[in-house]
Design a protein around this ligand. Structure first.
Ligand code: NAP
Ligand code: MG
Length: 404
């Protein structure tokens, strides 16, 4: 069978540890035999980031801006232990943070659902995608402990030096705590546009919630910006697509999410997204089945797995032991990126290949062949735990049938 030809290169960001091993296996076993892979390769492995003074991370993000689609392997964010382990010149910043800052994007996390692994909320038969606004609020705050009898105010000095003051609290004999936080209209607008674009792209409703009844200026501003952008730029497109934008109070949203069957995008303010994404991921079963895509407001996409480099498995691998590491989220990062490339370049055969590869993966697990993490969770009667490579070979057998 002739290999599928690509038009525009995919930006390929290689990474670290066990996921780097899986990365190569996925390409060798499942992609390169079928696709004449055109990629612009950036090695974001920690050693190469260190050699290039992290320039490679910046270059990979600029290439993503240029070509529009990237696929990224999990990477180490260095800490003190990694400084010694890799003999680093500096404690380089998180690559994901650097890339996100350059692309100004929003991260969407979606669970992959398979038969045999029932979510803790059994009504969730479709995925819930969480979009987290990743700028500002409590993550860029200023806070103080306040002594007794202190008077605390918010002071805003405009560019001409005029001051506006507002009392936070006149403390009494008990001191206390205060906190100042901010957000920026432009960032909220980008967030809203990324969310609306992704809803159109994936043909799903989008929910957004905040505490606007209590926070009449701060949270209300989020609600207003979403509504203004929706009305001006997206209302007609949503109606034509038959999807809905739905705003409600955060308390009501949480209750509705639990009662729902899934199948929508839940846009969250920064803190809500931080907390709720952990809850939703856990409820669906496994972090190794969670995909993640960074979408910029101007329509640039970077696909990856939500999990890290699976360090513990890598050390086993280095000792020559067989591992049973789950490659599904990394594999779906590849299929997501290939499908998007196929859509943009009008290559239906590439879209079809991505669809078949996902189908083959799910089929493999639903026929009882899976990695150890899933074998622990699955309720299928005849399940078989396989090692990292065998799992990919099993997928390939089913992929061949689907493509035939
Ligand atoms: P992790 O790599 O996600 O792994 C945590 C644990 O979760 C693993 O030890 C494993 O449990 C389980 N697990 C995660 N993914 C799995 C998979 N695909 N298959 C099977 N089990 C899986 O998180 P971490 O250990 O906290 O972080 C390791 C490194 O990853 C760190 O250097 C961190 O900076 C980096 N990281 C990168 C990203 C990213 O690039 N997006 C995200 C998070 C973390 P068992 O060991 O019990 O089997
Ligand atoms: Mg969290």
């Amino acid at each position: 069978m002739a290999k599928i030809q690509m038009k525009t290169p995919l930006v390929e960001m290689d990474g670290d540890e066990m996921t780097r091993i899986i990365w190569k296996m996925i390409k060798d076993i499942l992609i390169c035999p079928y696709v004449d892979l055109k990629s612009e390769y950036y090695d974001l492995g920690l050693q190469h980031r260190n050699e290039t003074n992290d320039q490679v991370t910046f270059d990979s993000a600029y290439a993503t801006k240029k070509y529009g689609v990237a696929v990224k392997c999990a990477t180490i964010t260095p800490n003190a232990a990694r400084m010694t382990e890799y003999d680093l010149k500096e404690m380089w910043k998180s690559p994901n943070g650097t890339i996100r800052a350059i692309l100004d994007g929003t991260v969407f996390r979606t669970p992959i659902i398979v038969k045999g692994i029932t979510p803790y909320i059994p009504t969730w038969t479709k995925p819930i995608t969480i979009a987290r606004h990743a700028y500002g609020d409590v993550y860029k705050n200023t806070e103080m402990q306040v002594p007794a009898d202190a008077k605390c105010e918010l002071v805003c000095t405009d560019k001409d030096g005029n001051e506006t003051r507002s009392l936070i609290h006149q403390f009494g004999e008990s001191g206390g705590i205060i906190q100042g936080m901010h957000n920026v209209n432009a960032s909220i607008e980008s967030f809203a546009r990324s969310c609306f674009n992704f809803a159109l792209d994936t043909h799903q409703d989008i929910w957004f919630a905040s505490k606007d009844t209590i926070s009449k200026k701060y949270d209300h501003r989020f609600k207003d910006i979403f509504q203004e952008i929706y009305d001006a730029e997206y209302k007609e497109k949503f109606e034509a697509a038959g999807i809905e934008y739905f705003y409600t109070l955060i308390d009501d949203a949480v209750a509705r999410v639990i009662r729902s069957e899934g199948g929508y995008i839940w846009a969250c303010k920064n803190y809500d997204g931080d907390v709720m994404s952990d809850m939703v991921a856990t409820a669906y079963g496994s972090l190794a089945m969670m995909t993640s895509v960074l979408v910029s407001p101007d329509g640039v996409y970077e696909y990856e797995a939500a999990h890290g480099t699976v360090q513990r498995h890598y050390y086993k691998h280095l000792k020559g032991e067989k591992t049973s590491t789950n490659s599904v989220a990394t594999l779906f990062a590849w299929t997501g990126a290939l499908r998007k490339r196929g859509e943009l370049d009008e290559l239906p055969e590439l879209v079809h290949f991505a669809d078949c590869l996902e189908k083959a993966t799910i089929q493999t697990i639903e026929e009882g062949v899976m990695t150890g993490d899933l074998a622990l969770l699955s309720t299928l009667p005849n399940k078989k735990k396989v090692d990292t490579e065998t799992f990919l070979v099993e997928i390939d057998q089913r992929l061949k049938n689907l493509l035939a």
